[in-house]
Every structure is written in C-alpha cells, then in structure tokens.
Design a protein around this ligand. Sequence first.
Ligand SMILES: Nc1ncnc2c1ncn2[C@@H]1O[C@H](COP(=O)(O)OP(=O)(O)O)[C@@H](O)[C@H]1O
Ligand SMILES: [Mg+2]
Length: 335
Amino acid sequence: MTVETTGPDATSSGTEAADAGNTEAGYDGAPARLGGDGRATVVAFANQKGGVGKTTTTVSLAAALAQGGARVLLVDLDPQGNASTGLDVRIGPDDPSTYDVLVEGAAVADAVRTTAIPGLTVLPSSLELAGAEVELVQAMARERALARAIDAVRPDHDLVLIDCPPSLGLLTINAFVAADQLLVPIQCEYYALEGLSQLLRTVGLVEQNLNAGLTIGNVVLTMFDARTRLAQQVVDEVRSFFGPRTFDTIIPRTVRLSEAPSYAQPITVFDPESRGAGAYLTLADEFAARLEVAAYDPARARRVAAEMKAAEVAAEQALADAAQAGDTPAEETDR
Ligand SMILES: Nc1ncnc2c1ncn2[C@@H]1O[C@H](COP(=O)(O)OP(=O)(O)O)[C@@H](O)[C@H]1O
Ligand SMILES: [Mg+2]
C-alpha cells in the first residue's frame, strides 16, 4: 500500500479540499488568527479519528506551556474525560463539568479545577457530556454555547486549549465556533491523511457560517517510529500538503508517553528527562513562538519541570527514610 492512496485528495475529491482554502499543491489558508487585546488565544485540538494523539498532545502541551509561565485553561470536551483524569482531575456526580457549562449555562469559572501545575486549570468533562450532543440539538444558538462560556474567561488566560472528541458532531462544532484556530494531530500511520478533507470541509463551513475568524492553524505529527519507512513517508506527505503549517517538531512513539496517563501525570511531570517530554517541550517552544505567547519562557518550562520532579523524588525519599528509621509517616498515624 502506498501513502498516496490514503491522501486527502484520494479519499474524496480535490474540490472539497479547495472549499476549505486548499489548492492542489496543498493547504494554503490565511495566517492563523490570535486572540489579541490581552485575551487568550483559543485553540481546538481536533481530528475526528480516535487514537491519533489529540488528548496526549493537549495535556502535554498545556502542561509544558503552563510550566513555562503561561496561564492555560484546558477544556475537556470529550465525554471519555481522558484529559481530566490525565491531569488527576476527578469529579463527583454533583460537581459542575463541561456538560453543565454547555447545557445548563453554568459559568466556566464555577466549574474549573486546579492541577498540580501552577497556572494550569481544567474544565473537566463527565460521561453526561455524551448526552449533550442530543440535548443541545433542541437549544437556541446551540453551536455557540461553548464560545459564549469561554469568552467570559478569555481575559484571565493566555491560552484556552480544547481537547475535542473523535467526531465532527455538535460538540466539535462548538469547539470550532469558540476557537481562533485548530491544532490537528496526525498519527504517522496507515491512512494518516484519510478523513482530513472532511475535517477541512467542516472548518470551511464553520468559517463561512458561524465563525469567520477560524483558521486551520497548525498540524503536528505524532507517534513517529523512526524504524518504519511508512512513518517517514507520512511525514513527507503531510509536509508537502500542509507546508509551513506543519510543526518542525515531531512527537516520537515512546513507552513513557503511553504510561504517563495511568499515573495521572503529564509527561513533563511524570518523566521530564524522557524523550517524549523533550519533544513536547520543544513543541511548546515552537507553539509559543508561532502563537506569540509572550508569557511563555522556554528555560522556565524546563526549570519548573525539573524542580517539580526533584520535589516529588525528595518527598518519596523522605517517606522511605522515615520508614527505614521505624517512624510511622504522619499521614498514617492520623488514621
Ligand atoms: N507519542 C506517543 N507514544 C506512545 N503512545 C502514545 C503517544 N501518543 C499517544 N499515545 C497513546 O495512544 C493512545 C491514543 O492517544 P490519545 O492521545 O488518547 O489519542 P486521541 O485523544 O486522539 O484519541 C493512548 O493510549 C495514548 O497514551
Ligand atoms: Mg482523546
């Protein structure tokens, strides 16, 4: 199988891609729009395919950018809630979530949670959100519910990053109406480009009808495996289609990246010295430069990541020392 047969022009027609601002030669959209006026830039992490690295990229970038000094709000728009749990944010049945913001008109400020990383907050998702897709259909201005809610908190953040579900339904449309631009993770695998013309067409429709300011933004290649020829072919194909919109940084496939969610930590907290953390820190540098995130400092991101790890190791060592000395740690005597 060749990569060409899986390209955007092969899956449907080139004309559809052209509607979304594309030419035969590839994507040729307008420069990405930023928030401006001291207001957060809102970025939707989208690709209707599941398992391409949307959540991993949203969580890892959000963490790295916050460690570098940016005020980041991560909006978990996937009913699976993997971004929330990946940052150790768990909510009870009565706690407000993205569902309440979208369907009940709750304020974002009343539903956000803090994380272990200063400067990074999360609007958590819940399984109820799966029902929102249906419930919203009845609502007035149903495509604008998220945009309205996020606009209220734009002045308090540098960035709002939205982790989209794997579909192009009403939840994702809400993200596209709320966003200034997209970040599209593309997995270096078979059929990598399949479905992208449908994504670009949806962006084009939202731009024409609901959010004139929306642009594609950037594309990032994920789960790159240097041992396969196919991965390099996908990289070449994506670069020739999206041109300079493709981030130079490529995210490698690593075991540490796949382990981090089960520890409820982003990779830059779980293992800041790992190859995956290095890749996401470099991606954060590139992202902050392209989106002009003035609050972000690359050196600070690395220093804070190292300090957080050192503090965790020191705390574990103190516990081990106490156990060795026959002391019972305080938190256990309390019980
Ligand atoms: N670079 C990577 N290396 C190894 N595993 C990864 C990498 N990126 C993501 N994964 C794993 O692949 C699976 C799908 O990734 P995820 O970010 O959840 O995709 P999506 O949100 O698009 O469905 C998850 O189990 C995740 O831990
Ligand atoms: Mg996901």
